[in-house]
Design a protein around this ligand. Structure first.
Ligand code: FAD
Length: 336
C-alpha cells in the first residue's frame, strides 16, 4: 500500500465552499476532525459554479453520456444524500420526446437502466400537468433533485452544527494553511491544475403557477439534454447548454432553445415570467472525469464537470477514507 504522510489528528482546511468543498467539510467535521472551510465569496455563493446548477441527482439518466464511474459515485452519493439530508426530494425523473426525436428517445432507453416505461395515462397520473402532452415517457423512480441555492446554505449550517468553522470572504492558498488541506476551488484551481477547463452551462429561471411538476422532466434534444426542474414558489429552472467556451452570459440562440424546450414540455410555459438568465462554468479535466489528487497532506478534489451535486458526497467519503485509513480508490485518485 502507498505510504502517506497523513496525520489523522491534523486540522483539516478546505478551500472553496461550493458543493465539492461543502460535502468534504461536512463528512470530515462529522468524523471528528477540526475543520475550517474557507470561501472567498460571501454566503450568497454567487461566484460558485454550484450557484447556477440544476441540482439533479440523476445517476441513471447521466449514464447516457457518462463513464460508469459517474454512475458508481452517483449511486453511492444518493445513499449519502438520503442519510444526511433525509428531506431531499427523491420523486424520480422523467424523460420525454416529441415524435421527431423518437429514435433518440429509444436510444436513451437502451443506454440507461433504472427506468420503467409509462404510457400517456401513466404519465398523466404521475404529472397531471402533462396529461395529453406525450404518448409515453421513461420514469426513473429512484432519482432525486435538490435546489442548489437552498441546499448549499443547509449544508453550511450542518457543517457548523457538526463543529466545523466556515470563513466567508476568506481568500486563501494552500501555503497559508497548516495540516491537511483539501483544495476544492473548482475552476480557480487552474494555477495548480492547468489542464482544467470551463464548460459553459446556460440556464433560465421562469415563474408560473399554471404548471405543476413534482420532478425534473428531460426533453430529448439532438444537441443537449434539456430539462425543466421544478423549484419552490412556482419557479422552474430551464437548463442547460454545454458549450466549450468560458465567457459568461446567455446567447440568444441558447435562450431560444431553452425556452423552446419549456414550451414543448407545456405551452403554458409560454405565459411564464422570466426571472433570471445565467450561466456557470463547469470545472472539467480533459476526460471530463473527477479526480482526487494527492500530494502528501495536500489533496485536490476537482473536475466535477456536470455532476457536482450528483457525486460530491461520494468523493468526500473517499477522501475521508484515504485520510483516516490510507484507502486508495484507483479509479478516482492520483497520487504524486
Ligand atoms: C447550468 C448548470 C447546470 C448544472 N446542473 C447540474 C445538475 O443538475 N446536477 C449536477 O450534479 N451538477 C450540475 N452542474 C454541475 C455542477 O454545478 C458543478 O459540477 C459543481 O458546481 C462544481 O462544484 P465545485 O464545488 O467543484 O466548484 P464551485 O461551485 O465553483 O465552488 C468552488 C468555490 O471555491 C471558491 N474559491 C475559489 N478560489 C478560492 C480561494 N483562493 N479561497 C477561497 N475560496 C475560493 C469559489 O468562490 C467557489 O465558491 C451544473 C452546472 C451548470 C453550470
Amino acid at each position: 500500500m502507498l505510504q502517506t504522510t497523513k496525520r489523522p489528528d491534523s486540522p483539516v482546511s478546505i478551500i472553496g465552499a461550493g458543493i465539492a468543498g461543502a460535502w468534504q467539510a461536512l463528512l470530515f467535521a462529522q468524523a471528528g476532525h477540526a475543520v475550517t472551510l474557507h470561501e472567498r465569496g460571501d454566503a450568497e455563493m454567487t461566484d460558485a459554479t454550484s450557484h447556477w446548477a440544476g441540482g439533479m441527482l440523476a445517476p441513471y439518466c447521466e449514464a447516457e453520456v457518462s463513464e460508469p464511474i459517474i454512475s458508481r459515485l452517483g449511486l453511492r452519493s444518493l445513499d449519502i444524500w438520503r442519510r444526511e439530508l433525509p428531506d431531499t426530494p427523491f420523486n424520480g425523473s422523467l424523460v420525454v420526446a416529441h415524435p421527431r426525436e423518437r429514435h433518440d428517445f429509444e436510444r436513451f432507453a437502451r443506454m440507461t437502466a433504472g427506468h420503467r416505461r409509462l404510457d400517456a395515462a401513466g404519465l398523466a397520473e404521475l404529472e397531471p400537468s402533462l396529461e395529453g402532452r406525450f404518448r409515453d415517457a421513461l420514469f426513473f423512480p429512484t432519482e432525486g433533485h435538490v435546489e442548489p441555492r437552498r441546499v448549499l446554505p443547509k449544508l453550511h449550517e450542518r457543517i457548523k452544527a457538526a463543529g466545523g468553522t466556515i470563513k466567508f470572504d476568506s481568500d486563501v492558498t494552500a501555503g497559508d494553511l497548516d495540516g491537511i488541506v483539501i483544495d476544492c476551488r473548482g475552476l480557480s484551481a487552474r494555477d495548480e491544475q492547468p489542464e482544467l477547463r470551463g464548460v459553459k452551462g446556460e440556464m433560465i429561471l421562469i415563474e408560473t403557477a399554471e404548471v405543476q411538476l413534482a420532478r425534473p422532466v428531460r426533453l430529448i434534444h439532438p444537441r443537449w439534454p434539456l430539462y425543466v426542474i421544478p423549484r419552490e414558489d412556482n419557479l422552474f429552472m430551464l437548463g442547460a447548454t454545454s458549450i466549450e467556451a468560458e465567457d459568461t452570459g446567455v446567447s440568444v440562440r441558447s435562450a431560444l432553445e431553452l425556452l423552446g424546450a419549456a414550451y414543448a414540455v407545456h405551452p403554458a410555459f409560454g405565459e411564464a415570467r422570466i426571472v433570471e438568465f445565467g450561466s456557470g462554468l463547469r470545472p472539467a479535466f480533459p476526460d471530463n472525469l473527477p479526480r482526487i489528487g494527492i500530494r502528501g497532506e495536500n489533496i485536490a478534489v476537482n473536475g466535477l464537470y456536470r455532476h457536482g451535486f450528483l457525486i460530491a458526497p461520494a468523493l468526500a467519503e473517499l477522501t475521508l477514507a484515504y485520510v483516516e485509513r490510507g484507502q486508495i480508490d484507483n479509479e478516482v485518485m492520483q497520487c504524486a
